[in-house]
Design a protein around this ligand. Structure first.
Ligand code: TPP
Ligand code: MG
Length: 352
């Protein structure tokens, strides 16, 4: 992979991690209400797969979708404002963290119900097929979702009708606090696709280059009329299931082992092929400390050039500061508007 693309992926992953850490801070300070499911550790999946897609492709994601939205180039400030429940949010403050939606970018949600993404993706796939368009639906779901009936019903119809859907499993090995071998009779998720004659692969989801390459060829195949495909990306979330979960059920050795496979660290190692050694920089903001740890590791191993990092870090810091300032200064959705939109079903008109 060329230097520029990999550097771009690294920037995406750093922005993603910093955004999520900042969201955690805002939540802890009481600025964000409700549930908040964060993505640190899984960045390579969203970055590698969404960067392999075309703007004309559709994305259907779960409640752990802030990073998918970011990488789909939805403005960070509009995502942050949505987490705040403000009317300037990407879903006009009506959705919150779990229901990001942007029709223009073909970002079709954000869904809170486990397994909800499958029939929606199949429906969009059917409409693409019906119109003979060269588009694909990227349908994200967790390892826990494959035990839902919707997975089996949707894969069956997708295979029968050769729908242009790429099923993307983010296998982080946990369904809240239940490890995969306790919730699933088959722990290799990709094998489930064989029941419906859908071709599938298991891929290292901590390696952004592999995610990109496998998604790219799967999308080519689907676009050429090959029907649905399933990619299982093996990944790990470093935080608990949501902000309400400290994740204490996981053995520290396991968390440490996956920490050593951090997708950001792996990408910095890969950049070592291109960059000579350089020196470290200083952290200032708590949300940036996590990023700084990676940056320091990259410096220590001689993988970075100081100018690259300083530029990226300054850009990310500014983007996040602006996003938070925008969210804080934006008006809340008024109760009257919320009731009107919800009761009269005008939310549909506004969003679609
Ligand atoms: C139909 C349904 N049942 C239960 C829940 C509660 N719930 C929310 S997230 C979750 C775990 C899903 O795990 P997984 O699919 O592996 O996704 P991850 O959170 O690991 O990304 C559960 C059971 C729900 N939202 N919807
Ligand atoms: Mg999971």
């Amino acid at each position: 992979m060329d230097h520029e693309r990999l550097q771009g992926f690294l920037y995406d992953m750093l922005l993603a991690r910093a955004f999520e850490e900042r969201a955690a801070q805002e939540y802890t300070q009481g600025h964000i209400a409700g549930f908040l499911h964060l993505y640190p550790g899984e960045e390579a999946v969203a970055v590698g797969s969404i960067r392999a897609a075309e703007p004309s492709d559709y994305i259907v994601s779960t409640y752990r979708e802030h990073v998918h939205a970011l990488i789909r180039d939805i403005e960070p400030k509009k995502i942050m404002a949505e987490l705040y429940g403000k009317s300037t949010g990407v879903s006009r403050g009506m959705g919150g963290s779990m229901h990001l939606f942007d029709k223009e970018r073909r970002f079709m949600g954000g869904y809170a119900i486990v397994g909800e993404t499958f029939p929606i993706a199949a429906g969009i796939g059917y409409s693409i097929l019906y119109r003979h368009l060269p588009e694909v639906v990227l349908c994200y779901f967790g390892d826990g979702a494959v035990n839902q009936g919707t997975f089996h019903e949707s894969l069956n119809m997708a295979a029968l009708w050769k729908l242009p859907v790429l099923f993307i499993c983010e296998n982080n090995h946990y369904q809240i606090g239940t490890e995969i071998h306790r919730h699933s009779a088959v722990v290799d998720v990709y094998k489930r696709a064989a029941s419906y004659a859908i071709p599938a692969e298991q891929v290292d989801g901590m390696d952004v280059e592999q995610v990109y390459a496998h998604t790219h060829s799967a999308l080519d195949r689907i676009r050429a009329g090959g029907g649905p495909y399933l990619l299982e990306f093996q990944t790990y979330r470093y935080r608990g299931h949501s902000m309400a979960d400290p994740g204490a059920y996981r053995p520290p050795a396991e968390v440490r082992a996956f920490g050593g496979q951090d997708p950001i660290l792996l990408a910095t190692r890969e950049l070592a092929r291109h960059n000579p050694p350089s020196k470290s920089a200083q952290a200032s903001d708590p949300a940036m400390d996590v990023i700084q740890q990676h940056i320091d590791k990259g410096f220590a191993a001689g993988h970075w050039q100081q100018e690259d990092v300083a530029t990226m870090k300054a850009q990310i810091q500014q983007i996040l500061d602006e996003a938070v300032a925008f969210a804080q200064s934006s008006p809340s959705l008024s109760m009257d508007d919320a009731v009107y939109l919800a009761n009269q079903n005008h939310a549909h008109e506004v969003l679609f």
